[in-house]
Structures are given as structure tokens and as C-alpha cells.
Design a protein around this ligand. Structure first.
Ligand SMILES: Nc1ncnc2c1ncn2[C@@H]1O[C@H](COP(=O)(O)OP(=O)(O)OP(=O)(O)O)[C@@H](O)[C@H]1O
Length: 462
């Protein structure tokens, strides 16, 4: 488990902070009393000579006051200073707190046994858990026993991990099994996994979201990004679009609300790929669909010879349709009269979109949908069920949580009160995890950023 020594969690660790606190105070008291030794000797001699004075209590009172003061200081350090800092002592105290918490969880969840004999109650079984804290990366590594003992199954079914996630506000990243044990890694400090916008590097079939969280678009095709106004939805989209532009020139952007994304039509390289007017939007979807079907035919022709595979295997590039403010588009068109010609093309576009969501994976045609509230009224089920990577910026309301993360059991709590650009993500069937979107610098210019990304792609000859 690396350089840092793991701590074996003990039953008594649930009182670890208190025990250490008491010991520290006792030690300090001992030290002060020793320092006052001469003073006590003088007082003792005076008493022997029959001199009495209230002043003789001063060293005692002073040492109580000093110890009280130091006690208060240590407590403040533990509660207020250490959580915000990362010096040696703060790290030590954080580890103490985590050890205490893990021990407390084992006890409170009853993953241990007590027994009685003539001498009273004793602990008959306490599971062997080891904890290692990696402060640099904000990770916690927990080794749990899968050793044939009583609570083995609960550990191997991640029951304990789930409790840890809730209690520590941590996200489980990985779980590995080895002989007699299971090792789970948690991230308890998601901001440490934040990436910088300018450093994002898409790799083959994979876009970066945060350290340890990538979007593998070939496997987890189609994206939903929801989030209330001002939570960082647009910024997250910028980070994704920027990377898409490094991957392929076939990135189409739809923004019916004509906000920042619509402005991208002023980037010369993108002028034909950005759509914000109702009629244009429907046509853009229909064109995207037409291109997909053309590719389907080509692939079918290749497969006649008996070859198997998906678009990549036959050397095709992926296409992406980024559809922001999808809810606005849906509502705008739903209000149209039945004989309105736009209505007909809207109906076609919607049915095409459903097919793209369903068939696009094998053909390399992907969609990303951004919207504030993805409810049943504005995002058809047939599309929603095909969105494999789901992001909600900010804490979702219970209704939105049901739509975006239907089976989530984890409590979703705010990651920061003063920073924007954090949220929750679920990729495929994995757990919902908290994350910070790539950090956008203060002097950010959207158009320049997109052009930089396009230049990177062009320099790679794509
Ligand atoms: N990743 C980020 N890095 C730095 N700042 C961010 C980030 N995300 C959000 N912010 C800050 O939060 C503000 C709101 O973000 P953003 O515009 O993306 O919100 P939104 O959810 O898209 O809201 P709207 O629907 O109004 O566009 C930004 O102007 C920025 O100051």
C-alpha cells in the first residue's frame, strides 16, 4: 500500500481524538507543574514555617488557567484550523478524525461482536480494517476484510463503503479484491481532482472531466447536462465542446436561447456549425440524422463482406451534436399550431433525434443535451433513457434527482458555498460521484479558446 503506513482501526479509535486531547492536556499540566517546581518548594517551606497566604494558590490557579487556555487552543486547532490547512499537524489531526470516524462507523453499524464471561463484557470480534490517508490527492484507502469471518459479505457487497461515503461525504472511486481483503479508494476532497480548462487533453475515445472521471464516448454514448441558472452548466459545456473540437471537426452546436454558445457562429471555423433560429435548428437535426443514415449505409456495405465492428473499426470519425437549452426548444415548438410548417419539421427533427439517441452509438453519432430541468414534459423518455453520462451541476432538487439519477441512494450535498462549477455525475451504471468541472480562468475568452482547440486538431492533421 505504498510508503505511508496504514493504520489498523481499533475499537477504541472511536474515542481517539478525545483520548489524545486528554493525554495532551495531562502532559501539558505535568510540564507546567514541573516548571513551577521551585515555586512549590518555596510555598512548601513557607507553610512549614507557619506562614499562610491565599497567594500560595497562585501556581495551582495559573497552571489550571494555562492548561485550560492550551486546551482551548488545541480544540480550536482541531476543529477550525486543521480542516482548512495541510501542514504536518493539520494532516495528522485529519487522519485522527478519519480513523475515529471509521471506528465509530464499524461500531454504530454493528460490524463487530461482543460477548460476556465471568469478567464481564468483552469484544469477541472486531473486523480488521486498515486505513491510509493520501492528503496530497485527497484520497482515502480502506482495506476491508473478506476473510470468511462473519461480516465478510457485508463488506464485499460494499455495505460498509456506502456508509463511509455518506458519513465522510466521500466518493468511492475503485474497489479491488485481493486475497482475503478488499481495497476501496475514496476521494474525500473532490476539489483536488479538478482539472484546468487549458490543460484538457482528449485521448482516443475519451474526454477529460476531472482527474479520475473521463467520458468514454464510445461506451457511454450521449450526455445530459442539467443544472439551475448560474451553477456552471455553460462552463462545463465549454470544457466539453473545446475537447470535442480537438477530436473532430464534426461538432454541431444548437442554442435556441441564443446565449454564449450561439455566439460561436462568429468563430470563422464554426460559422456553418452553429444554429440558433428555430427553422435552422430543425434542419440541423435533420441533416445530422441524414449524415448518420448515410454512414449506416456505408457500414452496411462494408459488412456485406463479413467484416464486423463499429464505425471506428472502419476508420470513420465521430460526429457530435451539442444541443443546449433543449427545454426551451421543446416548449417553443410545442406551442406551434398544427398547420404551422415549422411544426412538421419539428416533428421530424424530434423523431430523428430519438433515432440518433438510439442508433448513434455504433455509427459514431453522439448527442449532448443541456437543459435546466430535464422533466418528463420537456425531455422525452425515449431520449432520456439513451443518455449514458449524466451530469447535474449544483445539488439537484428531489424531482430533478429522480429524473437524472433515478436509482441514487447517496445524499447529494453542496461541495462548496463560494465556488461555482461543481456538481454530480453518473456514468453508465456506476455510482453518482461529486466532481468539480474544469476550472475556467478569469481572463477566459470563449472564441479564442475554441480556436485554440481547433488549431490543436488541425496541427494533428485531423
Ligand atoms: N468551471 C468553472 N470555473 C470557473 N468559474 C466557473 C465555473 N463554472 C461556473 N463558474 C462561475 O459561475 C458563473 C455561472 O456559470 P455558468 O454561466 O456556466 O452557469 P449556467 O448554469 O450555465 O447558468 P446560465 O443558465 O445562466 O448560463 C460563471 O460566470 C463563472 O463565474
Amino acid at each position: 500500500m505504498g510508503r505511508i503506513k496504514p493504520h489498523v482501526i481499533k475499537y477504541n479509535d472511536q474515542y481517539l481524538a478525545k483520548t489524545l486531547f486528554k493525554r495532551a492536556l495531562l502532559f501539558f499540566w505535568f510540564l507546567v507543574t514541573n516548571c513551577f517546581g521551585f515555586w512549590y518548594v518555596n510555598i512548601f517551606q513557607a507553610l512549614m514555617q507557619g506562614q499562610y497566604s491565599w497567594w500560595y494558590l497562585s501556581p495551582l490557579v495559573l497552571s489550571i488557567l494555562l492548561t485550560g487556555f492550551v486546551g482551548w487552543g488545541v480544540f480550536w486547532f482541531y476543529k477550525s484550523y486543521a480542516p482548512e490547512h495541510s501542514d504536518f499537524i493539520s494532516r495528522y489531526l485529519k487522519t485522527v478524525e478519519l480513523r475515529q470516524m471509521i471506528s465509530l462507523l464499524i461500531v454504530s453499524k454493528g460490524f463487530f461482536d461482543i460477548a460476556n464471561d465471568d469478567n464481564g463484557t468483552f469484544i469477541a470480534y472486531f473486523p480488521k480494517l486498515k486505513l491510509k490517508v493520501l492528503h496530497k490527492t485527497g484520497q482515502l484507502i480502506l482495506q476491508e476484510p473478506v476473510d470468511g469471518q462473519k461480516y465478510m459479505e457485508s463488506f464485499s457487497k460494499n455495505e460498509f463503503d456506502n456508509v463511509v461515503e455518506i458519513a465522510l461525504l466521500a466518493d468511492r472511486q475503485t474497489t479491488e479484491f485481493s486475497k482475503n481483503k478488499m481495497i476501496s479508494t475514496f476521494a474525500f476532497d473532490p476539489i483536488k481532482f479538478r482539472r484546468q480548462l487549458k490543460e484538457l487533453k482528449p485521448k482516443k475515445g475519451l474526454l477529460q472531466i476531472s482527474k479520475g472521471i473521463d467520458w468514454k464516448y464510445d461506451t457511454f454514448y450521449n450526455v445530459l447536462i442539467s443544472g439551475n441558472v448560474g451553477t456552471g452548466k455553460s462552463y462545463t459545456m465549454f470544457a466539453i465542446i473545446g475537447q470535442l473540437l480537438q477530436v473532430t471537426k464534426f461538432v454541431y452546436i444548437i442554442d435556441p436561447k441564443r446565449s454564449d454558445l450561439a455566439g460561436l457562429k462568429h468563430v470563422p471555423e464554426l460559422k456553418n456549425n452553429v444554429f440558433s433560429v428555430a427553422s435552422e435548428i430543425n434542419q440541423a437535426v435533420i441533416d445530422f440524422y441524414t449524415k448518420m443514415m448515410a454512414r449506416a449505409e456505408k457500414i452496411e456495405a462494408i459488412k456485406v463482406s463479413g467484416q464486423v465492428g463499429t464505425y471506428k473499426d472502419f476508420g470513420f470519425t465521430p460526429y457530435f451534436l451539442v444541443f443546449d437549452e433543449f427545454g426551451a426548444y421543446y416548449e417553443m415548438n410545442d406551442r406551434l399550431a398544427y398547420d404551422d410548417p415549422t411544426k412538421a419539421s419539428y416533428e421530424t427533427a424530434m423523431s430523428n433525434l430519438r433515432e440518433i439517441a438510439m442508433l448513434g452509438r455504433e455509427l459514431g453519432f453522439y448527442i449532448l443535451i443541456g437543459m435546466q430541468r430535464p422533466d418528463a414534459g420537456t425531455l422525452p423518455m425515449a431520449i432520456r433513457n439513451q443518455l449514458n453520462m449524466r451530469i447535474n451541476m449544483g445539488v439537484p432538487t428531489p424531482e430533478i434527482e429522480k429524473m437524472v439519477f433515478p436509482d441514487n441512494e447517496k445524499q447529494l450535498r453542496p461541495l462548496s458555498s463560494h465556488l461555482k462549477g461543481w456538481g454530480f455525475i453518473k456514468i453508465g451504471d456506476s455510482q453518482v460521484r461529486s466532481f468539480f468541472a474544469p476550472e475556467v480562468p478569469k481572463d477566459f475568452n470563449l472564441h479564442e479558446y475554441m480556436r485554440e482547440n481547433i488549431a490543436i486538431r488541425e496541427s494533428q492533421g485531423k
